[in-house]
Every structure is written in C-alpha cells, then in structure tokens.
Design a protein around this ligand. Structure first.
Ligand SMILES: Cc1cc2nc3c(=O)[nH]c(=O)nc-3n(C[C@H](O)[C@H](O)[C@H](O)COP(=O)(O)O)c2cc1C
Length: 300
C-alpha cells in the first residue's frame, strides 16, 4: 500500500486528523500510530491556550460537537516534551499550526519547521471555535502567510480549509502561492441547544461539528476541488470505514484522514488501513493511487 509523494514515503494514505486525539495522552497503548500513514498533532499556538470554557465536546450518534478553542500547551512545551516522545515513531509526523494573526502563523512555522522528524506542516486557517480563526476566507492573509512560510522552509505545506461557502477561489489562491496539499476539511460551524436548560449547549453559542453527519458536505467539496484543480487533497470528515475512505479517494482525495471516529472506537483508523489493504489486494492493486478521482471523471 505504500507510496511516495513529495519525497516522503507513506505506508498508506490514512492520516490521524488534528484534534480529537489531542497529543495522544488518552490513546497511548490504544492506537498503534505506526500502523498509520501519518499522524497530525493538535493545532499549536505560540503560547499555551486553556481553550474555551467547558464543556469542550459532546458526542451524539451521528454528530460530534466541539468547542475546544485551540486548547494546547504552546509551541515550546510541544517541542521540549511532546515532540521528544513521538519523534522516533515509524510514521510520518505532521504538525498543525494555528495563530491569532498572520505573523503568529509565520513565527510558529519558523520554529516548528526546524524539527527534523516533522515532514509536513499544516496551516490551520479554518478554526471554527475562536474569533477571527477563519483566515482561509481572506486572500490577502493566505497570500501573506504562504509567501512568508515558503521562504522559510522547503518542507511541504498543507492548507486546511473550512468546508463552508464558496471555497474554490481561496483554494486557488493557496495553490498559486505554493500550498502543496489542500486539507478538506475542518469542522463546519453549527449549533447545539440544551433543551433542559433552554439555552445553547456551548459557552460560545456556535460550535464546530463533525462525524458521520458532515461526510456528504465535505465529499462534495473534495469532488469539486479535484475537478477544478486536480491538486493533492486530504479528505477529512465523517470517515468511519474503508467504504467511507473509498468514497473520498474516488472523489479525488490522495489521503484520507480520520478524526471524531475514534470517540466511537479508537481502533477505527487501524481498521480502515487493514480493510483498505484487503480491498486493494482483492482488486489486484499495489496501492490506491490509480483510484484517486476515478469517480470525478466526466464519465456519465
Ligand atoms: C475535539 C476536536 C478538536 C479538534 N481540534 C482541531 C485542531 O486543533 N486543529 C484542526 O485543524 N482541526 C481540529 N479539529 C477538526 C478535525 O481535525 C476534523 O477536521 C473534523 O473533526 C472533521 O473530521 P471528522 O468528521 O473525521 O471528525 C477538531 C475536531 C474535534 C472533534
């Protein structure tokens, strides 16, 4: 199943998404990270952030609501503690970068790009749970951040988008300014009402939502983006099985990423790898590459 892309060898196309597994605290000895194609750490800011007032997460049958607000230990603590723990793992490491301003993204990028075992850097330009988090809808911000980070390091850059609204023009800007991979997508923004207390469930009122409910919405964005640009895409949203992963791959995703599914069963990412492997074997394929975008050809 392995393949090379951007001079990096991936064991398989399955990536653990930024956020739901935090920095592994609760999943040590549960998720076998080395079985996965890559793992993405939770988004990092320059300083530690305590996040929004709790609750952070609510898990229902088809939806996971979240209002975490970029809670993270800050870049220095990540480098001194967390990176040290993960750096010798035999899988590809991706760091996710957040910031309050364009310049903070660049500063954070500068520090994190120096970490030898970090192969790719993801710019989280689409955080739904902090004010001003949606840099992905501002072409000037995209251009400024990308021009600057591209000048700092040659490591490949992923730009993570919101799945809402007319995103194609912003994706085009990202690609024009050097984004190597487009991540589709972050959580769309929704609302949960606490009917007992007759008020919004989360402190910030609106919240991100993910899980099974978001798959059709994000799959459509992957399909449209692949059709428009034929660019490398990470498909992310509601992937719980290898069949979900195949829908994304057939629509144009080069990678598939798993987020909230681990709240239902933390073995899901590894199971998807094993099931994809079987699917490819049964179909006489050595990896998934020739399947990418196969359903978005003009074949009807
Ligand atoms: C609790 C939680 C925390 C998240 N934190 C981040 C984050 O720090 N950075 C980020 O880019 N995405 C974050 N996400 C979004 C996920 O990476 C993913 O884009 C989204 O959940 C959709 O995928 P899913 O349906 O597989 O969960 C978070 C999601 C959840 C549920």
């Amino acid at each position: 199943m392995k393949f090379r892309f951007l001079d990096i060898e991936f064991k398989n196309p399955v990536i653990l998404a930024s956020g739901p597994w935090w920095f592994g605290e609760e999943y040590e000895g549960k998720i076998n990270f080395e079985k996965l194609g890559a793992i993405t750490f939770k988004s990092l800011t320059k300083e530690e952030r305590v996040g929004n007032p709790t609750p952070y997460i609510l898990v229902e049958d088809y939806v996971v609501y979240n209002s975490v607000g970029l809670k993270n230990p800050g870049i220095n603590k990540f480098i001194s503690d967390i990176y040290e723990k993960f750096k010798n793992l035999d899988t590809v490491l991706i760091v996710s970068i957040a910031g309050h301003s364009e310049d903070e993204f660049i500063e954070n990028f500068e520090k994190l790009s120096k970490l030898e075992k970090v192969s790719l850097l993801e710019l989280n330009l689409s955080c739904p749970n902090v004010s001003g988090g949606l840099f992905c809808f501002n072409k000037q911000s995209i251009k400024y951040i990308l021009e600057n980070v591209k000048a700092i390091s040659k490591k490949p850059i992923i730009v993570k988008f919101s799945p809402e609204g007319e995103i194609l023009p912003y994706i085009e800007t990202s690609l024009n300014y050097g984004a190597d991979i487009i991540n589709l997508a972050n959580s769309p923004i929704g609302l949960k009402i606490d009917i007992e207390n007759k008020k919004p469930f989360f402190y910030r009122i609106f919240c991100g939502y993910s899980g099974k409910a978001v798959k059709p919405l994000i799959l459509k964005k992957v399909y449209e983006t692949y059709k428009a640009f034929k660019c490398p895409i990470i498909g992310l949203g509601g992937i719980f099985s290898y069949q979900d992963a195949l829908e994304y791959i057939f629509s144009g995703a080069l990678f598939v990423s798993v987020g909230s599914a681990i709240y239902y069963d933390y073995k899901i990412p590894e199971r998807i790898v094993a099931d994809l492997q079987n699917y490819l074997k049964e179909n006489g394929l050595k990896n998934h590459l020739e399947l990418v975008g196969i359903a978005s050809k003009d074949s009807f």
